[in-house]
Design a binder for this molecule. Structure first.
Ligand code: SF4
Length: 101
C-alpha cells in the first residue's frame, strides 16, 4: 500500500484494505489521524511557570509539543494521547494532568 492510500483508511475500512498482518504502513502515519480523540487524561501547561528548558519536547511519543524559535507552545491536543510522560519529566511543575479531555 502506498502512503497516499493510507488517507483512505477509516473506521469503516475492511480488513482487505489493510496491510497483511496489520503491518504499519510507514513512518509518521499518526500525523494523518487525530489520535488524541481517545485521551482519558490531559496535560495542562502553565506557560507562566514554564522555563522553556524543552526537556518535555523530546520525550513526547507523539510529537504533540510544538516548538519554534527554541520555545514550546501549548499542546497539540489533536495528537496528544495523555500519556503523562511530559508531566513526569518537567522539573518545574509546569505541567499538571487532569482527568478527561
Ligand atoms: S519540561 Fe516543563 S519547564 Fe521545561 S519546557 Fe517543558 S513544560 Fe516548560
Amino acid at each position: 500500500m502506498k502512503d497516499n492510500e493510507m488517507k483512505n483508511i477509516s473506521p469503516n475500512s475492511t480488513y482487505q484494505e489493510m496491510t497483511p498482518a496489520g503491518n504499519i504502513y510507514g513512518s509518521g502515519t499518526s500525523q494523518m489521524f487525530n489520535t488524541g480523540d481517545w485521551r482519558t487524561a490531559t496535560p495542562v501547561w502553565a506557560a507562566d511557570i514554564c522555563k522553556q528548558c524543552l526537556l518535555c519536547f523530546p520525550v513526547c511519543p507523539d510529537s504533540s509539543i510544538p516548538v519554534s524559535d527554541k520555545k514550546r507552545a501549548d499542546f497539540d491536543f489533536d495528537h496528544c494521547k495523555g500519556c503523562g510522560i511530559c508531566f513526569k519529566v518537567c522539573p518545574f511543575g509546569a505541567i499538571t494532568m487532569k482527568d478527561g479531555e
